[in-house]
Write a protein that binds this ligand. Structure first.
Ligand code: GTP
Ligand code: MG
Length: 308
């Protein structure tokens, strides 16, 4: 733990074959993400909702209905009772997840069912022994206090049971496009939520997942931002940009771990250079994985998922 500046771990291509993944769309947001088709084609798709109507037209291998109250009370069972299904619903979900290396829970926190559904999904992943990775949005500030408080309660529960919880504030889109209509904003946010899922599955294989799981579980909560640079010295430029990211906020908090997904030239030395530049930016040389996640016409696009 105490050695300073450990070398970044480089994953140039997935080892041991592709991961078998499950995508669990929870509540309104999660079901929309399943419907919008930006997730990888390979993988089990499960929809969880309190509204059977919203799931009816979904292309999902499994649709599970539970009331918001059932999901909430299942979600709030003590984390000490993990590895034992907390309800028939959770047991059924755990059976569906058997054999998956990783289950992604996708949800918008703050609502009555999706956030709690994501907690139940994370519990089920733990019962089935796969990695449980939740990617969730935080409500817009303008949505008000009740949603904000509920989102905070759901996040606390997630942090106790999921291996990794990546939260992405909906406000992020308003900062980039202040006048965007709300439906467009949700749509854009849904593709932002789907992006780390695709990047991880493109770059991480069965022999890498143990290392990635250990790294990502080092932080309680994960944040994400991307940066791109099309001219020379992209490794330095991108690391600088990420260092200034308002959403990662690396200037005022200590990163515990990070994974960088790199689209663009993925030569070993370039990835190492990027890792070292990013380490300098975080200041504390936290454990770091740099994973090559596909090609790009020019320059680099780097998505950083950072644990705190
Ligand atoms: N990114 C994204 N966020 C959404 C979408 N719809 C709603 N939200 C946000 O997610 C939060 C939760 O809403 P839903 O996902 O509909 O949650 P739900 O659990 O189904 O709960 P209720 O609709 O409140 O019954 C809202 O407060 C919004 O911030 C969507 O399609 N995409
Ligand atoms: Mg809803």
């Amino acid at each position: 733990m105490s050695h300073s500046n450990p070398e970044p771990v480089i994953i140039q291509s997935p080892r041991g074959g592709p991961l078998s993944a499950a995508f669990i769309g929870c509540g309104g947001t999660g079901c929309n993400i399943l419907a919008e088709g930006e997730l990888p084609a390979e993988g089990i798709r499960i929809a969880i909702s309190s509204e059977p109507d919203t799931m009816a037209s979904l292309k999902a291998g499994k649709r599970m209905v539970a009331s918001a109250r059932e999901l909430e009370s299942n979600a709030l069972i003590s984390a000490k009772a993990l590895r034992l299904a907390g309800s028939e619903f959770e047991k059924e979900l755990a059976v569906a997840l058997e054999g998956s290396d990783i289950a992604f829970m996708l949800a918008g926190l703050g609502g009555l069912s999706g956030g709690w559904g994501a907690v139940v999904g994370a519990r089920a992943a733990s019962v089935s022994r796969g990695m449980g990775f939740c990617v969730a949005s935080i409500p817009f500030s303008v949505e008000g206090g009740t949603r904000k408080d509920r989102a905070a309660a759901q996040l606390r529960a997630l942090m106790q049971v999921a291996d990794a919880t990546l939260v992405i504030p909906n406000d992020m889109i308003l900062a980039e496009a202040p006048n965007i209509p709300i439906n467009r904003a949700f749509r854009v946010m849904n593709s932002v939520l789907a992006s780390p899922v695709s990047l991880l599955l493109k770059s991480v294989g069965k022999d890498d997942i143990g290392q990635v799981r250990a790294l990502l579980s080092a932080g309680k909560v994960l944040a994400m931002d991307s940066a791109e640079w099309d001219r020379e010295n992209a490794e330095f430029a991108v690391a600088e940009l990420l260092g200034k990211s308002r959403w990662l906020d690396l200037k005022s908090r200590q990163a515990k771990s990070a994974i960088l997904f790199v689209e663009g030239r993925g030569l070993y030395d370039d990835l190492m250079e990027l890792g070292k530049s990013f380490s300098r930016v975080t200041g504390n040389g936290c454990p770091l994985i740099v994973a090559s996640a596909g090609e790009r016409k020019a320059g680099l696009r780097v998505t950083a998922v950072v644990g705190f």
